[in-house]
Design a protein around this ligand. Structure first.
Ligand SMILES: Nc1ncnc2c1ncn2[C@@H]1O[C@H](COP(=O)(O)OP(=O)(O)O)[C@@H](O)[C@H]1O
Ligand SMILES: [Mg+2]
Length: 564
């Protein structure tokens, strides 16, 4: 903004409220947030001169609504004076809306001045005003010029961008808005689906009468489905009421991907407030501003579990390249695609000796966080997506890239699980939720790594099931004598032994030994390992004579090799 020596001195300090944009009222169905609003009242009553409060979080979670509700309560207390002398409301969706709203503040003070002059004018008003910077969702818009430079006055920011917490006047003034409490989510759903006048207890009571319906409602609003997300719950309830649907039917539709996208994109023609978007379109607003690399990450995350995501997955995947054994052609293509992807993070450019540049990767995470498409989980020191953002991510791909992105995601996970050393058990544990759905996927390498990961975590039954499927696939695709097929037989034999399924282990290990003797030769290290394992299994079966015989052969072979 250019600075002109305006008539700030001449301006009347009387504000003409006619031309001022007022803070909207909270939604007629506003529900919950009691504790948070209580905290805000306390925060703004501490007597400090400049108080500044930042509410950040996922789009549609209720940040603006919480601010409206607070202002409404603060300005209309049951008794006493309004908390603030004036309330100024600025729409910070874009620079244009922000400038326009500041200009209208200038106008209301009877002067035709720029936004900058209006900011300056307000900084000179000594009374106890508050400015609400609403929807400061564009990380590229620098808010600093719009903040009155003085030591008094109050500010509230609502934003998707956690980085705006630099504007909070203390750590108490920084709120990551959580999803609704389960009971508030239930209460909102109940109102939206047509029961406006019931209070919370009565609503719960009524739902309990129809217990089955109650169960479906609880499922619909739960963390796994609508995730206690205020906008999603309000709109689902309204839809159910208008279409005269049963909750069960809505839930069944919701579980079909195509219908789910329609439901979460639907917005009723008749508005109940000034919020313009349905759930998915509200996320689309942020998507449109992402860089291509951040878009690719969001698409990849669609095939990860929605929590426990970390840049280390990509770093480990990069390191995992080195652990690879022989692969068939199709796998090779997929692995090359995964490596190409990872090479974007090498420093300074890809080469055999280059290393993974973690900061390049975390920068993408930070970008996604600035739109609250990705959230940071302090307790687990990892990132997560709200379940609705996770569902939405799948819809942000053209049909022709869905499969390739899924294969890429699976290979990245597979590579990152390649290091199965016990030392990394904690990391492996964090990978299991991501790898589980891969069972239904395409990637043999990932399945192999997952099976080994499960085994090192002591989940032998799951590992057995996975290794059986893998063996069958490898026999079909690679053939019964391929080295990878033989390695799978070896791994499965081991797992069966651990599970004390000795008879089946014996059968598998005999077959494997025979193949290795024929294909690799009697003195190949893999053949010797197989002999040793078979001998152990025979011991467990009480066939110690044969076990001894094999061990004697083994010793003879070893002697021969050391002397030869
Ligand atoms: N506490 C709430 N009670 C009822 N509805 C809510 C609540 N919070 C949000 N909503 C609904 O979600 C919509 C979006 O809320 P808003 O506060 O604008 O989200 P954002 O977090 O993006 O600022 C509102 O228009 C309203 O319909
Ligand atoms: Mg908002």
């Amino acid at each position: 903004m250019s600075c002109s020596p305006v008539h700030v001195q001449l301006i009347s300090t009387k504000v003409s409220y006619m031309s001022l944009k007022s803070c909207p009222l909270p939604h007629p169905m506003f529900t919950g947030r009691t504790d948070i609003i209580q905290q805000m009242h306390m925060f703004f009553s501490t007597g400090h001169k400049r108080l500044s409060y930042v509410i950040y979080g996922v789009g549609g979670s209720g940040k603006s609504q919480t601010a409206y509700k607070f202002i409404n309560e603060a300005q209309h207390p049951p008794e006493g004076q309004p908390r603030f002398s004036q309330v100024f409301f600025i729409d910070v969706t874009s620079k244009e809306t922000c400038d326009a709203d500041w200009k209208s503040i200038a106008l209301s003070a009877n002067v035709d001045a720029s936004a900058e002059d209006a900011v300056k004018w307000l900084s000179e008003q000594k009374n106890d005003w508050i400015v609400i910077f609403n929807n400061a969702d564009d990380p590229a818009l620098d808010l600093y010029p719009y903040i009155p430079k003085c030591h008094h006055g109050n500010l509230i920011f609502t934003t998707r961008n956690p980085s705006l917490n630099v504007h909070a006047s203390s750590t108490n003034g920084c709120l990551h808005l959580p999803m609704l409490l389960p009971e508030d989510a239930l209460s909102l759903f109940w109102k939206a689906s047509g029961n406006f006048d019931l209070d919370k207890e009565a609503a719960v009571q009524l739902l309990k009468v129809n217990l089955l319906n109650f169960v479906y409602v609880l499922q619909l609003i739960s963390t796994k489905e609508l995730g206690h997300h205020a906008l999603a719950i309000g709109q689902a309830g309204t839809f159910i009421r208008q279409q005269h649907l049963e909750v069960k039917t809505y839930l069944a539709l919701y579980h079909q991907k195509a219908d789910q996208a329609v439901l979460l994109t639907h917005k009723d023609q008749q508005s109940t407030d000034d919020y313009k978007y349905a759930v998915f379109p509200t996320f689309d607003l942020s998507f449109e501003q992402l860089t291509p690399l951040a878009i690719k990450f969001i698409q990849i995350f669609a095939f990860f579990h929605h929590s426990n995501i970390s840049p280390h997955i990509f770093q480990k995947a990069y390191d995992g390249r080195l652990e690879l054994t022989t692969v068939n052609n199709e796998e090779k293509q997929n692995l090359l695609a995964a490596q190409d992807f990872l090479d974007q993070f090498t420093s300074p450019s890809p080469s055999p000796s280059s290393s993974f540049h973690l900061l390049k990767c975390t920068a993408v995470f930070t970008q996604l966080c600035s739109y609250s498409l990705l959230l940071f989980d302090v307790a687990n020191n990892s990132y997560y997506l709200h379940p609705l953002v996770h569902e939405w991510a799948v819809t942000k791909m053209e049909d022709n890239v869905i499969t390739s992105t899924q294969i890429l995601a699976e290979h990245l996970l597979g590579l990152s699980a390649a290091d199965t050393s016990i030392a990394d058990v904690a990391y492996q544990r964090s990978l299991v939720p991501h790898l589980q759905p891969v069972l239904r996927g395409h990637t043999l390498m990932t399945t192999n790594n997952l099976a080994l990961t499960l085994r090192s975590l002591g989940k032998f039954a799951e590992a057995e099931q996975m290794q059986r499927e893998l063996l069958q696939k490898r026999q079909e695709i690679l053939g019964p004598d391929h080295p990878e097929t033989l390695i799978t037989m070896h791994n499965l034999g081991e797992t069966l032994h651990t599970l004390e399924k000795f008879a089946e282990a014996e059968q598998m290990q005999r077959e494997l030994l025979q193949k290795r003797q024929e294909i690799l030769g009697p003195d190949h290290p893999h053949t010797l390992i197989s002999m040793n394992h078979l001998a152990n299994t025979l011991d467990s079966l009480g066939k110690s004579d044969e076990a001894q015989e094999i061990r004697a052969q083994l010793d003879a072979l070893k002697n021969l090799m050391s002397t030869g």
